[in-house]
Design a protein around this ligand. Structure first.
Ligand SMILES: *Cc1c(COP(=O)(O)O)cnc(C)c1O
Length: 220
């Protein structure tokens, strides 16, 4: 059994323990295995081991490896977790099953146009910049609820969730708590929060999906 497969099973076990500890239902948390920078040969054993939900942060990189894997395993669910440029909306709608990084009006408009044109509607989450970091993508927390409403009312989009990436140098708990509160206010059920270093904490704060890369595939 390869290293990634062993680590995948270890992460699954820790997720199950964190669910139990938080009083959450078994299976309440979806593991998004983040495979960015790894190629099909690295990813395939983890698919064979049963994982079906994967995350990539670049449209172009994903286009290089996922069409063939999705053809071989049609039940794969591919998430875009990196920033989306509006000139890539067409490719993103065609390839991804979930786009986690809707964060501005222009992207919402482009996605609405492409969804109508292609007749294919990925699930959409709004990314919230919970730490208000200038270099980080995401809508400001104070604008998040109104932005979700505009996505729905003006652009006709179905927003299923919120996503955040807490500042690297801060305790993530308050950021997870903020996302959970905003999710309630915005009326969305899905919370994508927690990465290799903090996914168990995120589960305690109500994460419904965790995005785990290096703890499965190794360092990048
Ligand atoms: C890379 C990445 C992850 C996974 O990070 P790890 O620390 O390797 O688990 C999660 N979310 C986003 C948005 C990422 O870009």
């Amino acid at each position: 059994m390869g290293n990634a497969v062993q680590q995948f099973f270890a992460v699954k076990t820790k997720i199950a323990a964190a669910e139990r500890e938080a009083g959450r239902e078994a299976g309440a948390v979806t593991l998004v295995a983040v495979s960015k920078t790894f190629d099909a040969a690295d990813i395939s054993p983890v698919i064979e081991a049963g994982q079906r939900v994967f995350g990539e942060n670049r449209v172009q990189e994903a286009q290089g490896k996922w069409p063939a894997l999705k053809q071989a395993f049609p039940d794969i669910e591919l998430h875009l977790i990196g920033p989306l440029q509006s000139n890539k909306a067409k490719e993103a709608v065609a390839l991804f099953d979930v786009i986690e990084t809707v964060d501005r009006e222009k992207i919402a408009a482009e996605l609405a146009k492409e969804i109508a044109r292609q007749g294919r509607a990925p699930e959409l989450y709004v990314q919230v910049n919970t730490g208000s970091e200038p270099q980080k993508a995401g809508i400001e927390p104070r604008d998040a609820v109104a932005f979700v409403a505009r996505c729905r009312d003006i652009h006709g989009l179905v927003i299923e969730g919120l996503m955040c990436i807490p500042p690297a140098d801060e305790n993530p708990g308050p950021h997870f708590a903020l996302l959970e509160k905003l999710g309630k206010e915005a009326g969305v059920a899905t919370l994508s929060m927690g990465m290799s270093g903090d996914y168990e904490t995120a589960i305690a704060f109500g994460a419904t999906s965790v995005r785990v890369g290096s703890a499965i595939f190794g360092s990048r």
